[in-house]
Ligand binder design. Sequence first.
Ligand SMILES: *[C@@H]1O[C@H](CO)[C@@H](O)[C@H](O)[C@H]1NC(C)=O
Ligand SMILES: *[C@@H]1O[C@H](CO)[C@@H](O)[C@H](O)[C@H]1NC(C)=O
Ligand SMILES: *[C@@H]1O[C@H](CO)[C@@H](O)[C@H](O)[C@H]1NC(C)=O
Length: 440
Amino acid sequence: MAVLSVKPMFSVVVVTLSLILAVLLFSPSSPFYQSPLSLTLPARKLDIWSVGRMVEWRPCKWWLQGHLTALPSKSNGFIRVDCYGGLNQMRRDLCDGVGIARLLNATLVLPKFEVAAYWNESSGFADVFDVDYFIKRVNGFIRVVKDLPSEIASKEPFHVDCSKRKGQFDYIESVLPFLLEHHYISITPAMSQRRDRYPQYAKAALCQACYSALRLTKSLEKKASELLDAIPKPFLSLHLRFEPDMVAYSQCEYPYLSPPSIQAIKAAQGDRKPWTGELAQIWRKRGKCPLTPNETAFILQVLSIPTNTNIYLAAGDGLMEIEGLTSIYTSVVTKSSLISGEDFKSMHGNTKAALDYYVSINSDSYVATYFGNMDKMVAAMRAYNGLYKTLFLSRRAFAELTSQGLRGKELMHALWKAHKDDFVMGKGSALPDCFCEFKL
Ligand SMILES: *[C@@H]1O[C@H](CO)[C@@H](O)[C@H](O)[C@H]1NC(C)=O
Ligand SMILES: *[C@@H]1O[C@H](CO)[C@@H](O)[C@H](O)[C@H]1NC(C)=O
Ligand SMILES: *[C@@H]1O[C@H](CO)[C@@H](O)[C@H](O)[C@H]1NC(C)=O
């Protein structure tokens, strides 16, 4: 500190320090940043999207640049992937299934997508996704057939349900023997597979099939693009998950909701009772509790997203307490408000989910209050298309900070920092497997 006693040096230090301070305070990534214009114009803080990012996720080169390994000359048999659940869950299983089929040197049969019994549209895979495009795009990555050879076509495949297997297991050890014995099997993929053992050509097949080969059927895409056209621009697509079943499933307590919401949650609860007391606190702090529309509106304001932003609600009609959002963000549209009655009535779960998906991968920005299958798929497709205004709100940060007793300005500041750090590091949309971190 001897330099401080030397006068000229001292002023240099002061000037340098103030410069550093100025850079810190007024850099675009600082929450204190205001453009010099704000001295004359009404102050307007920069929104979260204006913050400089240091990292982004891009599709990895090793699969984007094509298939480097030739397909084996001989196929070990036929595999059909059986997919259940919501649209994006089925897609996730399909992606995994393609990787497995390639790993086993099998030929892929078009997947089976579960169709709800009440649903008259057949909505298998072919009702949602463009089959010919899929086959064309995975060419060279994996063999696919639309129709089975006649000697096999009459048989039902031997079913191997991997989703019921406990713990980590290996597909070559546990599934290949069935394939070799029966020649035609169907599989339900499991989450706990040993994907680290996959050769790169199997991973590449998965990535190519999942992110470069799936587009909606012509008729569905037409509907979806009409919907997209009807949304005021520019717009933010908001995936809000605050339906009774979701809240019941989360096992979180929400004592301050309106009586009708509390009733609806109770009705959806069944045997799954919410945590209470200290356990409820711990559960909440681990980020397990869905954000309410009110909390969501609060965080959006923290992110300086203007309250007159056009918002498309990518959600069903079962949202509770939506006034918590719409009383603050007043330009909110939904698909049921934009699609004419008859058209809308004829649509069911998967096609509606496909509309939300399509709008969300084409919106100017995407914010999710949850990290579910749809959010993962949307974030991946947005990254694939070079769209980076994508953010997952942090339930954990919100719960932790409020439980520390932070309120008002303090809470806003801390929440801004948590979300800004996520956005800068690309963490809000960390994508595994087929995507690689890219330093900007
Ligand atoms: C698949 O084929 C490759 C050669 O193309 C071979 O190295 C690999 O062992 C085969 N895997 C299985 C499970 O048959
Ligand atoms: C289901 O669709 C078929 C063919 O499109 C039609 O003939 C049939 O009447 C429909 N059934 C119901 C219950 O809507
Ligand atoms: C949101 O909740 C907070 C805290 O309970 C309350 O002060 C605020 O008025 C609510 N806002 C709306 C729009 O409901």
